[in-house]
Design a protein around this ligand. Sequence first.
Ligand SMILES: Cc1ncc(COP(=O)(O)O)c(C=O)c1O
Length: 386
Amino acid sequence: MPGFEVIGKEEFAEIKHLFDKSKILFRHSFDHLRNEVYKVKEFEEAFAKRMKVPHALAVTSGTAALRVALAALDIKEGDEVITQSFTFVATVEAIIESRAIPVITEIDTTLNMDPADLEQKITDKTKAIIVVHMLGVPARLREIKKIADRHGIPLIEDTAWGCGGYYDDIPLGTYGDIGTYSFDFAKTMTTGEGGMIVFKDENLYKKAAAWHDHGHENNPEFPRWEDSRSSSGFNYRMNEMQGAVGLAQLKKLDYVVDEQRKNANIIKESISDLPIEIRTMPDGSFETSDALVFITDSNERARKCRDALIKIGLGTKILPEAISWHFAGTWDHMPELVQRNEGDLTKAFPKSLDLLNRSVSLPIAINMLDRFQIKIREALTSVLHS
Ligand SMILES: Cc1ncc(COP(=O)(O)O)c(C=O)c1O
C-alpha cells in the first residue's frame, strides 16, 4: 500500500529536473527541445534492470497493462483466457475488452489460483492464463507454470499487488511470459496512475510497444510520422511526469517492501495463538505484505473482526468489506461471465466464496498506528474468543 506514504523530495526533484531541463511531457519526439531528458524511457530501463528482464514497457494503468499484454499475444474474439475468482474487476475487464471469453478458476487457501482447478478449466480454446498475486502473496507459480507449459499456453502474471515480491528468488512478474504491474495510488509504488509490462521475448515486447502506441513501430532513425505499422492499436502511453515520479518511487521499492514485511511479521507473531488460519504462503514466497489476510470460522465472525478493527482506527482492506469488486461470483454486471456460468454466478465458485466470506484482510503500512500489534491483538481477541 504505502508508495504514497514515501512521496517526498526525491519525486519532486525528478519533476523539477523534467521542468527545468526539458518541459517536454510526451515520451517521444521533440528531440531538439528536450535536452536528452526521456523520463519514461529511463524509468522503463531502470524497471527492467530491477526485475532482471530485457524489456519493460510503461503504460497508463495496470488495467491497460493487461489489455496490451493480451494484444501482444494476439488474443482474439472467441479465445478463452483463464484467470482466478479473487482479483480486481480489471483483470476480467481486460479479457472482455480483448473480445475473449473470461474463464474463472477457484482459489485455494493461498487465496490465489487453484492449480487443480486451472487444469480442469483448460480447453483447446484457452489462449492465455492470467495468474494474480492478490494482495502481495505469490500464487503457486511452480505448479501453474508447469501446467501452462505442458499445454503450451502463455502465462501472464498480474502483479498489480506483487511488485517487489519474489518467488523462488525470481522477481514476481518475471516467472511467466509477461508480467503486468499497476502504479495506481493504492499500490506499493505509485505514479498516481500508471502501469508497466515486462517481457523476456523481444517480439512480444515489440508488438506490445507498437499496439500501445496506435501501432507505431517506433524507429528513432525516422521522424514519428514516418513510422511503419503492422497492426492497429490504441493509446496507452505513459507521460513524462509519471515517468519522473516512477523513477524516484522505484528507488524506494525495496525499502517499502521491507518495512511492510517487518510490520506484517510483528502482527503475525502477536496473533499467532488466536483461533484463525493465516492465508497460506506457498514455499519459496517472498511476499510484499501489502496486507495480512487471515481466515476465520464464519462470515459473521469476519464481519465482527472488521467492526473491532474499525473501532481501533485501523479497518480492513478489501476483505470482507469490498469483496464485491474483487470476487467474480458477484459480477453479474458482466454478461460474458454470466453466460459462461450458466446464468448464475452465485453458485459458480463455491470454494472461493466460502474462503473469501470468512477472510479478514489487515492493511499494512509503513507508518502503522502507535502500538499497533497490541491494539490489533486486543481487538481480535475480544471477537475470536467470544
Ligand atoms: C489485481 C489487479 N489487477 C489490475 C489492477 C488494475 O490496476 P489499475 O488501477 O492501475 O488500472 C488492479 C487495481 O487495483 C488490481 O488489483
